[in-house]
Each structure stands twice: as structure tokens, then as C-alpha cells.
Design a protein around this ligand. Structure first.
Ligand SMILES: O=C(O)C(=O)C[C@]1(C(=O)O)C=C[C@@H](O)C=C1
Length: 365
């Protein structure tokens, strides 16, 4: 008997739910219309005064059993979702989003495909120190069939007394070597005013972790005709990382690739914590190529290979790793760069794992 009673009341509740649903959708349709009118008139979507009036009227007429606070809370929720309804689609679907573009973005530079069918290695010294130093790495690249050379010319260092990079001279060295060996060159730029100058020398501009939310730099990078490799900030959430990339695309530059480089956590065993889940997440959420920097995330030579394998296994488009002809005397990151024989072993092991196929077959453009 009691059970029947519950069933009867539940039926009534179902009916009331449907009535409420119809009513809130009727309200939502009206709010949408009102939103369009407001847009025409250029007035603000959010109107706290109007919301206050509505809440007052509701509370004045509240006969319970809901108390006034519950009524305020419920209706504030309705106002909130109504506001979201008034947001235009442009704001909801980002340009970087897979919802906007389902197919992968592939960036081709000098015949190298970033985000193409097979993962690639982006390797080179932490800092450009001399022509001879970069040349030694480049020569090895060519012997190993590698096509992409990184090297820092502007070094945002923790201490102002540490080596700050060779600046434009470093970019000139990269240009000379890139031309000599037909390599794609990548280097970090830290100042909006240097972007045009740098575009004359290098093939891909990197925006480093410390500048991931330097919005003026991001906007300026969105106006240059060069691919951009954007690194995740030291303590940036995935959402912040995605919005940083959106800044670049929103200014017109669609050639953007992302790089997970480890984030700050309480863990001290590694330099940063490689957020491996960021890779499949970014691949799902965005259509951009995604790389993993194993050097800066781990800060440990013994972890480079397993983390590179993991990065590729979870779907990254390639690995960034540092290699120096003589790391012991390097002007930056001496502890974590590989020397050339170690680097070759790293490449061999990666190939042996079957995860990385090498790049010798990539066409030269
Ligand atoms: O009355 C308005 O101006 C509306 O946009 C509608 C509405 C609402 O949901 O009732 C939506 C958002 C505003 O903050 C206030 C009220």
C-alpha cells in the first residue's frame, strides 16, 4: 500500500518536473531573444540590478516550504545558465578546439611534418654558444637523418647572473647552420619587438614556459608568418595552456604547436613533474600538434628515454631533447643535456622500441 503511495507521488513529481522543464525552457527562449536585443543596443549581458529586483520579488512572494535562501540559490542558478545562453558561439568554441576543426593540424617546414603521421625529434643544445658547438650537433643530426635543430639564443634564466644567451648573434648562427644542413631551426623569442627580426633567421619561434601568459608576446606571435611552438607554463593548467594558444590563433596565426614540459609540483626527485596525461588531453581537446620536452620535465638523463617512450606511446607528435657536444662545459643546463654518443644511443633505443621510426624517409623540401 505504502509502496503504491510512493509510486503515485513519484508520477506527480515527474509531471511537475516536465512542467518546470517546459517553463524554464520557455524562460530561456525569452532570455535568448532579450540577449539579442541587448547586443543590438550594446548593453551589458550581466545585469545585477535586474537580478536583485527579481530575487526581491521572488522572496516577497515565497510561501515555502523552500526558505528564502533556497529560493535565491535556485533562481541565481537559473540566471547564471541564462547568461551563458546569451554568450555567442564564438566565445564557446575556441579556434584551437577539435569542435572547430576535427582534423589534425599538420605544419610542414622544409619538408618536415610537425603533427604528421609519424613522431619526430626536436633536438639540440640548450643554448647556442658558438658556431662550432651547434655545427657539431647539426652534423650528427644529418648522419642520423634528423631534421629539426633547437638552440636557445635568448635565455630567460632564474638568475640574472647566469648566461643570458648570444641574442641575435645566436640566431645568425642557427640560420647559417640551418641553411648549410637543410635543418629546421627552433629558438625561443622573449620580446614582441624581436619577432620580426627573428623571423629572418629561424624557421619556428618558441614561446617558453615563463612567457606562456605573456599576452602581448602571444598576440604579437599571432601576427607573424612563422610557426610557433608554445610551451606549457610552469604552473599552468591545461585550460590556461589552451587559452594561451588561442591568443595566437585569434590574431590569425594558425600554425601553432604545443609542448608539455613538466609542471611544478611538490615532487623534488625530478626537476618538474611530466604531466603525461596532458598529451592525450590536448590531442583530444585541440587539433594542434603536441610535443613532450623530456629534458626540462625530468631534468635527469636517466629518465629521458622512458619518458620519451611514454610521450610517444600516449600520442605525442614528437619529443624535444637537449644534446650538447660537451655538456660538462655547457653554459646552461650542464647536468641534463646528453652528449652526442649518449644522444645517439637515445635515438637507437627509441627506434628499437618501435615507437619512433626515424626521419630519414621524410622528404626534403
Ligand atoms: O533581464 C535581462 O537583462 C536579462 O538578460 C535576463 C536575465 C535573466 O535571466 O532573467 C539574464 C541575465 C541578467 O544578468 C539578468 C537577467
Amino acid at each position: 500500500m505504502a509502496h503504491d503511495q510512493i509510486e503515485i507521488m513519484r508520477k506527480q513529481i515527474d509531471e511537475i518536473n516536465l512542467e518546470i522543464l517546459e517553463l524554464i525552457n520557455k524562460r530561456a527562449a525569452l532570455v535568448q531573444e532579450l540577449g539579442k536585443e541587448k547586443e543590438k543596443q550594446g548593453s551589458n549581458r550581466f545585469d545585477p540590478e535586474r537580478e536583485r529586483q527579481m530575487l526581491n520579488l521572488l522572496v516577497e512572494n515565497n510561501k515555502g516550504p523552500f526558505n528564502d535562501n533556497a529560493v535565491r540559490h535556485l533562481f541565481k542558478q537559473i540566471f547564471q545558465v541564462s547568461l551563458e545562453l546569451q554568450d555567442d558561439d564564438k566565445k564557446k568554441v575556441l579556434l584551437v578546439s577539435r569542435k572547430k576543426k576535427a582534423e589534425d593540424t599538420v605544419i610542414t617546414v622544409k619538408g618536415v611534418e610537425f603533427g604528421g603521421s609519424s613522431p619526430i625529434l626536436i633536438a639540440g643544445p640548450c643554448s647556442v654558444e658558438s658556431y662550432e658547438q651547434v655545427r657539431a650537433v647539426a652534423q650528427n643530426h644529418v648522419q642520423r637523418g634528423l631534421r629539426t635543430l633547437r638552440g636557445g639564443a635568448y635565455k630567460p634564466r632564474t638568475s640574472p647572473y647566469d648566461f643570458q644567451g648570444l641574442g641575435e648573434e645566436g640566431l645568425q648562427i642557427l640560420k647559417r647552420i640551418g641553411d648549410e644542413f637543410n635543418l629546421v631551426t627552433i629558438s625561443e623569442i622573449v620580446t614582441p619587438g624581436d619577432l620580426e627580426m627573428a623571423s629572418k633567421y629561424i624557421d619556428v619561434i618558441q614561446i617558453g614556459a615563463r612567457n606562456m601568459q605573456n599576452f602581448e608576446l602571444l598576440k604579437a606571435a599571432g601576427r607573424v608568418n612563422k610557426p610557433i611552438l608554445l610551451k606549457r607554463g610552469l604552473a599552468a593548467t591545461i585550460e590556461e595552456f589552451i587559452y594561451a594558444a588561442e591568443y595566437i590563433l585569434s590574431e590569425g596565426n594558425t600554425q601553432v604547436m604545443l609542448c608539455e614540459r613538466g609542471i611544478r609540483t611538490y615532487e623534488k626527485a625530478t626537476r618538474n613533474t611530466l604531466d603525461i596525461s596532458a598529451v592525450p588531453l590536448l590531442k583530444q581537446e585541440t587539433h594542434l600538434p603536441v610535443f613532450v620536452d623530456v629534458t626540462h620535465s625530468t631534468g635527469r638523463r636517466d629518465l629521458l628515454l622512458p619518458c620519451a617512450k611514454a610521450g610517444i606511446a600516449v600520442g605525442s607528435d614528437g619529443i624535444m631533447v637537449e644534446v650538447h657536444p660537451d655538456p660538462d662545459v655547457a653554459l646552461s643546463d650542464a647536468k641534463q643535456q646528453l652528449n652526442i654518443p649518449q644522444f645517439n644511443e637515445f635515438v637507437d633505443e627509441l627506434i628499437a622500441s618501435g615507437l619512433y621510426k626515424g626521419e630519414a624517409i621524410v622528404s626534403r623540401g
